[in-house]
Design a protein around this ligand. Structure first.
Ligand code: PXG
Length: 300
């Protein structure tokens, strides 16, 4: 495996950053998780844009243009011969001294890893998953806006520890006011009386790219509406529920806090969206190999 580290491709054993890197010392940095299917990187421009927006919000200047970053992501897949990949882009503040002051870090570190993805068990998609709400609240946007996809994931990890203790694959986090926010690494949707609902970004969530894609794709089937879904009660009375994320894609939820959702099986709209997303993601994206026809692929 070859890993991109600060402009060079190095074998994974030599892919290292300094222990003085503030990404390591303080979680000071940003990242993206991207997927490639069938020789195309899915939603590459959207992920690169979110990466640069996250970096801008924490005043981290990425030492390359978005176009160069996109090219480096594609090149990392190509060098590793991967047509199907899970890609991790990490930009950290870089090496500094032991204080937190970012001004001591003149050179950000840029790392791109492309690996095979360990997929979730198929039973979860066929039968749906059970979730619970956890005690750990999503970090307040007033403290650190979850829209910043930062290297500081301890908030999510605290929730994941609760999930592990209780034996759940994914769990729901409320925001600091008790409204439904999102999961530890996925966004959440419900279908309620024919409308597709998901918590709005101002409640304190990562604005997922899968979430945005589902909104776009779902419009003809279930008119989207963001505002009304906000409490656990909405989850309990929902006709359908599912989670979305780059790794999970669309995964049905059939039980929340011990309450059956709908009839306890993946709902019809969820199943349609699962299939539609699957097909769409596998046929659109930035080509990794030159011989592919970009127009047929939809150009992105
Ligand atoms: N919310 C959070 C908090 C996330 O970290 C999503 C939603 C979904 O966003 P996208 O853009 O992927 O639709 C994420 C991203 C993992 C893992 O190993 C998952 C994410 C990030 C890092 C690791 O499960 N999901």
């Amino acid at each position: 495996m070859l890993v991109y580290v600060n402009g060079r491709f190095v074998p994974k054993e030599q892919a290292t950053v300094s222990v003085f890197d503030h990404g390591f010392l303080y979680g000071d940095g940003v990242f993206e998780g991207i997927r490639a299917y069938n020789g195309r990187v899915f939603k590459l421009d959207e992920h690169i844009q979110r990466l640069y927006e996250s970096a801008h919000a924490i005043m981290l200047e990425i030492p390359m243009t978005p176009e160069e970053m996109a090219a480096a992501v594609v090149e990392t897949c190509r060098r590793n011969g991967l047509s199907e990949a899970y890609i991790r882009v990490v930009v950290s503040r870089g090496p500094g001294d032991l204080g937190i002051d970012p001004r001591k870090c003149p050179r950000p570190s840029v790392v791109i890893i492309a690996d095979r993805l360990a997929l979730y068990p198929t039973e979860l998609y066929e039968q749906g998953m059970k979730v619970m709400t956890v005690a750990t609240r999503r970090v307040s946007p007033a403290a650190l806006n979850p829209r910043v996809k930062s290297l500081n994931y301890l908030n999510n990890i605290m929730a994941r520890l609760e999930a592990n203790l209780a034996g759940y694959a994914e769990v729901i986090m409320l925001n600091d006011e008790g409204y439904v926010a999102e999961c530890t690494g996925d966004n959440i949707f419900i279908v309620l009386r024919g409308r597709l609902l998901t918590p709005p970004p101002h409640l304190g969530i990562l604005q997922g790219i899968t979430r945005d894609t589902i909104f776009e794709r779902a419009r003809p089937r279930a008119p989207p509406g963001e505002a009304p879904f906000s409490t656990r009660h909405d989850l309990y009375i929902a006709d359908e529920c599912f989670i979305t994320g780059t790794a999970a894609e669309v995964c049905p939820v059939v039980e929340v806090d011990g309450r059956r959702v709908g009839d306890g099986r993946p709902g019809p709209i969820t199943r349609q969206l699962m299939e539609d997303y699957r097909a769409y993601a596998r046929s659109h994206g930035t080509p990794i190999w030159e011989e592919q026809d970009t127009r047929a692929a939809g150009g992105q």
